[in-house]
Design a protein around this ligand. Structure first.
Ligand SMILES: NC(=O)c1ccc[n+]([C@@H]2O[C@H](COP(=O)([O-])OP(=O)(O)OC[C@H]3O[C@@H](n4cnc5c(N)ncnc54)[C@H](O)[C@@H]3O)[C@@H](O)[C@H]2O)c1
Length: 313
């Protein structure tokens, strides 16, 4: 049982790609959601998104009391945040925009209300400069797209974020079934995107050098290490890779070879020519399949894997 003040009503600011998915997730978890966005037709687009996401959320299991009827939409910011316990901010990824918005939120909200930003890359220390009264309640709660399916939330504070805010945000996300990681120091791109970037660098290098096709590099990942990464991470798999001797034996055996292969990793320049090579190779891999077909295939397998993980937990 959490000792933090309960969070029952959430404001979702910005209902684009990420905000709409967060709204669907919070509704599925039985929360009241007030959403706001300035785009024309934002309300209709949000409702359509939630409607489409709902069958997947139902199949993963709705919290008792969860309902799409618990969504309220307004274009008025003060109305959107009135009485809420937490704000999930998903506005455009621009520092000037976020600082101005945080200034408005800081003036509107009582100090105990957490303002969590989905920002993929802006440091909270910079964003919270816009909220001079209570910067300690501002924190990054960075999801993985789409947040209504992907469990990961990276939590990182800025220089002025309080420990209490970080712990309360982590407790909140975890209480909804999210897998949280706490990042102890602000890093450009947080952490999960850096891991993707490290891998993408080598993938683009291998394909651009013609060492293998996009289809084959994707096969090498999804039939090889990628299949295991959805189950255990790099560190735990290294422990298993050492056999009965575990991580100690693994490092003893592979520290040398790893260092040698790091020395040969690529660092491609993404020139227009290199990009064309990558694009052509991806289209060869895709063939006649549409984006919708591929997304449906990805989501079906992802939901199956999430259910399997939930059953085994
Ligand atoms: N797209 C991703 O894969 C992804 C993943 C994780 C985190 N993020 C982060 O989430 C945030 C949103 O990204 P996105 O991809 O959803 O962008 P997006 O462009 O799809 O959505 C941004 C939304 O904010 C709205 N908006 C603009 N001004 C506003 C205002 N004054 N009040 C309310 N709403 C306003 C826009 O109309 C738009 O709907 C960014 O900080 C981004 O870094 C994105």
């Amino acid at each position: 049982m959490s000792h933090f003040k309960p969070i029952r009503q959430v404001a979702v600011i910005g209902t684009g790609v990420i905000g709409a998915s967060w709204a669907a997730f919070y509704l599925a978890k039985g929360l009241d959601v007030i959403a706001t966005d300035v785009a024309p037709d934002a309300e209709a687009a949000l409702k359509k998104y939630i409607d489409n996401a709902w069958p997947a959320l139902e199949s993963l299991g709705l919290t008792p009391g969860a309902s799409q009827m618990r969504l309220y939409f307004t274009t008025d910011l003060p109305e959107a945040v009135k009485g809420v316990d937490l704000v999930q901010e998903n506005g455009p990824e621009r520092l000037d925009f976020k600082q101005k918005l945080y200034g408005q939120l800081d003036a509107l909200l009582p100090p105990e209300v957490i303002i969590a930003s989905s920002s993929s890359g802006l440091p909270m220390s910079q964003i919270q400069l816009g909220a001079p009264s209570h910067p300690e309640r501002c924190v990054i709660g960075h999801p993985f797209n789409p947040p209504h399916l992907m469990p990961l939330v990276e939590v990182v504070g800025g220089e002025k974020t309080s420990e209490h805010t970080i712990l309360r945000a982590m407790d909140f996300y975890a209480s909804l079934g999210k897998e949280t990681v706490r990042i102890n120091k602000e890093m450009p791109g947080h952490v999960a995107n850096r891991l993707q970037a490290a891998l993408a660098r080598e993938v683009y290098y291998l394909v651009s050098e013609g060492i293998l096709s996009a289809g084959d590099v994707d096969k090498a990942l999804t039939a090889g290490p990628g299949l295991r990464w959805g189950i255990m991470g790099n560190m735990m798999l290294n422990h298993l890779g050492g056999g009965p001797g575990g991580i100690e034996h693994f490092l003893q055996q592979f520290a040398g070879p790893l260092k040698t292969s790091w020395g040969s990793l690529g660092s491609p320049e993404l020139t227009p020519e290199v990009q064309k090579k990558l694009i052509d190779s991806v289209h060869e891999e895709v063939g006649s399949r549409s984006i919708e077909e591929l997304a449906a295939e990805r989501d079906e397998l992802l939901i199956g894997l999430l259910k399997l993980r939930a059953n085994l937990a």
